[in-house]
Unconditional design. Structure first.
Length: 371
């Protein structure tokens, strides 16, 4: 049998298996098994913190909205108390965790661990979807410039011109460092997106939680990937048999995409020599950090040597059909790529902060971590 036919047979067999039987296994870090490196999210708009697979951020369940306590103090919809003073901004989580942003931009846990400093300030993303924006002034005696608490379309300014406040304001885009409060609220990660692939780098954690929190994790937004697979066949209407067979494989994957890429799945690594993970129904996903248009994600039917498709996940992300003609040496892809829509714009790497370089560093770290 030719390689393409073998792959087609493997594809057909895998699509006939129950999704539950082949679904990636849950996190088993508590049993001493290496933690999964990749988590899948089917989020449509934005990326909820809970989709990181790193806990709920220490928030509670509440039906109340943003609440003002006093000038300089408010409570988020999830029950996080935010208190502003000249000595810093304290976040008290329902979990019991306390986090302080000091005037020098350092992040402090009550247990003594410190991260930073972030001299210009930070935006803290909380598990209930709210955001705390702390703006600092360099070279000034009054380092605390402004503090805003944003929840959906509502914004409260809690600190202004060196003193406590409690006034409504217009939400504004944040141009500085952005951090996510995971776990009990004190597991702090820096999220940076490269297309639909979001890198998470741990910047602060309590010493007692260090072993149970991964230093790096990837969250893959699957909707743009699956949408691109659905559109790809429209661009490949060749009558050549090998091309038609390859396009039929892609169409079959697109049809069952939500079971192959199940929301919330935590992918176990299957190769020590490369960053390759198990999907559902026998498929595998691999990260490539070299070659054209890197970084790329490659989709394999089982342990196939050649990928079915490859996604470039840079700023101009697209999916490419692997060239099915073995006699066309040196031609990696067949035809042009099918563009992917832009997602999580707030998390995309920003050049003025050199975030792309930082995100690539996280990807290389994940690649080297063989578990």
């Amino acid at each position: 049998m030719t390689g393409s036919l073998v792959r087609l047979c493997c594809l057909a067999a895998s699509l006939g298996v129950s999704a539950d039987a082949q679904a990636p296994q849950p996190d088993t870090a508590a049993l001493g098994v290496p933690q999964p490196q990749v988590v899948l999210s089917a989020a449509a708009d934005g990326l909820p913190l809970r989709d990181y697979g790193l806990g709920d951020g220490g928030v509670g369940s509440s039906h109340e909205g943003l609440r003002v306590r006093s000038p300089g103090g408010a409570v988020t919809p999830g029950g996080v108390e935010v208190t502003c003073r000249a000595v810093g901004v304290k976040l008290s989580f329902p979990s019991g965790c306390e986090l302080l942003v000091a005037p020098d931009g350092g992040l402090h846990l009550r247990s003594g661990e410190v991260a930073g400093p972030f001299p210009a300030g930070v935006e803290l993303l909380l598990g209930d979807g709210s955001r705390v924006q702390v703006s600092l002034a360099a070279g000034s005696k009054r380092r605390m410039r402004a503090v805003s608490l944003v929840a959906e379309d509502r914004c409260l300014q809690l600190w202004r011109r060196g003193q406590a406040a409690s006034q409504s304001a217009r939400p504004r885009p944040w141009a500085g460092v952005r951090l996510s409060c995971c776990g009990d609220g004190g597991d702090v990660y820096r999220p940076i997106a490269v297309g639909p692939l979001v890198t998470l780098e741990r910047v602060l954690v309590r010493d007692g939680r260090r072993a149970s929190t991964p230093p790096a994790r990837l969250v893959l937004l699957t909707r743009p990937l699956l949408e691109s697979l659905q559109r790809l066949p429209r661009q490949h209407r060749d009558t050549e048999q090998r091309v038609r067979r390859a396009v039929a494989e892609v169409a079959a994957v697109a049809e069952r995409g939500l079971t192959i890429f199940p929301h919330g799945a935590k992918l176990p690594r299957v190769r020590r020599d490369r960053a390759r993970w198990t999907l559902a129904r026998g498929f595998e996903l691999q990260l490539a950090l070299e070659g054209p248009l890197w970084p790329r994600l490659q989709l394999f039917a089982g342990r196939s040597i050649s990928p079915m498709v490859e996604w470039s996940v840079g700023s101009a992300g697209a999916v490419y059909l692997s060239n099915p003609n073995p006699d066309q040496l040196g031609k990696r892809w067949h035809g042009n790529g099918t563009r992917m829509r832009r997602v999580v714009p707030d998390l995309q790497a920003r050049e003025h902060l050199e975030e792309r370089r930082r995100a690539i560093g996280v990807l290389r770290r994940v690649e080297r971590d063989r578990g």
